[in-house]
Every structure is written in C-alpha cells, then in structure tokens.
Write a protein of this length. Structure first.
Length: 269
C-alpha cells in the first residue's frame, strides 16, 4: 500500500471546541462523527489513564469513515514504573483489552514515558522486547514518546531501530525534540499552537509542517530538524502521523485542517 499522511488532534470532546470547531447545533453524541470527516486521525488519550471496554473500541470503529485511524496512548501502568522490564503484565493487559476491535482503524500505540525517566539501555531494551508485533490477527505498530534528554543518543536510536519502533518527534518547549527516523512510519506531536492565531500557527509554520509531512511520507528527512545521527535514514516511503496536541488546544482542529488543506493543494510528485 502507498504511504499516507494522517493529520489530527487528541480526542474529540473538549468544551472550547463547541465554539471553535463544532457547529452550535451539533449534538455531543455526534462529535466523533463530525470530527472524523474533517480530520484523518484522532489520538486517544483516555487509554493512558484507564481501560476501555471492547465494545467502546468497536463503537468508535463503526462511527468513523474508511481510512480513518485511532492511535492509542498505552497504559501509564506499563510506562510509569522504576523497572520497565517488569511491565509485562501491564503490557499484556493493555494489548488484550479490546484495542484490536478497531481492526484496520487501529493506529500506532504510543508508549509515553515520564520526563524524569532516564535512558537505561538494558532496562529499556527489555521493555521493547515485551511489545508484541501483532495480536488477534491485527498488526501492532509502536511509537516511543521518550521525554528525557538522555534518550538523545546513538545507543537509544540503535535499540529503537532494532525493534522497528518509531521515536515520537515532539515539537515542544518542554521535551527534547528527536527527529531521527527509527521505524517504517513517522509520529509527530506539535505542541506550540497559539491562542491568538485563528489557525493556531502562522501560515509559514503551517506550510513548514505540511512540507515536513510530505517529505517524511515520500522517504525524505526535512531539513532543519534536530537529529542525533547525522547519517540519513533509508529513503523509503513512510506512513506519517501528525497531531496537534497541547499548546492552545482550542486551536488544534483549525491547525490540523489547515495542514490537511495544504497537503491537498500540494502538487503530486
């Protein structure tokens, strides 16, 4: 299949979006239906805090159009622990908790680590070995949201690449940005939207985000982004996921839609 670009937001229920995104007369029960037809992905954050019933995942699957995807934040009980190698039971409980009801709409699983969690090669490698490549006939892709500067090293990149897991590129003032490609897909979280801008970002910033997404999808590496390894990754097309998260959250849908529109207008090739 051809590589695709998915652009979206975190969740779909946020009261300020009733003023900046959703029509005033839209019933709350139809927010997912509305959002999923204007965006191409929604990152689910609630799964980080608690489990969802399998029927809930099936409901989300059926409410959204073909080609839409839901990346899921993995359980904090797996990642917020002193010894990651001991997370096997929590990982298993999350993976077997009904997420594969999403079927082809299951996006990457995002494993978010605390900003205080330092890189320990042996422990982190043992954790990555716990993450399955498939469950119940559904392929699983994993994105690693590492937030401590110690991960900006060659040894971490080698581990992530050996396991075929993406490193989340976080565009933020709070966490180290690592733009090195470590998997056959790219996962970016943009966290600098501004409330004073109707689309959350300046036109130039939106142009740059769209161009970066296009470059990643087509097998390139955008210039100007901070990388640990100066050597380029293999030039192969990659599914690319871009989410507007945090920052001025009320502007996230407008920013995502602006990038989607720019991608539509970009000439092919």
């Amino acid at each position: 299949m051809d590589a695709r670009i998915f652009v979206g937001i975190g969740g779909w229920s946020f009261e300020p979006w009733r003023q900046t995104f959703y029509p005033a007369d839209l019933p709350a029960r139809r927010e997912l239906e509305y959002a999923s037809r204007r965006l191409s992905a929604i990152e689910i954050n609630s799964t980080y805090y608690s489990s969802q019933a399998p029927a809930t995942f099936a409901k989300w699957r059926d409410a959204t159009p073909e080609g839409f995807v839901f990346p899921l934040k993995a359980s904090r009980f797996a990642t917020n622990r002193r010894v990651l190698a001991e997370a096997g039971e929590s990982v298993q409980r999350f993976v077997e908790g009904g997420i594969t009801e999403l079927g082809p709409k299951l996006g990457p699983i995002v494993w978010q680590f605390a900003p205080t969690k330092r890189f320990d090669a042996a422990d982190f490698g043992a954790f990555l070995a716990l993450l399955p490549r498939a469950h119940a006939g559904v392929a699983l892709r994993h994105a690693l949201d590492v937030r401590h500067p110690s991960f900006a090293c060659a040894e971490y990149l080698a581990l992530a690449r050996a396991h075929g897991m993406a490193t989340v590129f976080t565009e933020s003032d709070d966490y180290p940005p690592i733009a090195d490609l470590t998997a056959d897909f790219v996962y970016a979280r943009i966290m600098r939207t501004q409330s004073a801008l109707v689309q959350g970002c300046t036109p130039e910033q939106l142009d740059g985000i769209a161009a970066s997404a296009r470059a990643w999808r087509d097998g390139g590496a955008p210039s100007g982004l901070p990388r640990v390894d100066a050597a380029p990754a293999p030039a192969v097309p990659r599914d690319t996921f871009v989410f507007f998260i945090s920052g001025a959250k009320e502007r996230a849908p407008a920013a995502a839609q602006a990038v989607i529109e720019r991608l539509r207008q970009m000439p092919a090739g």
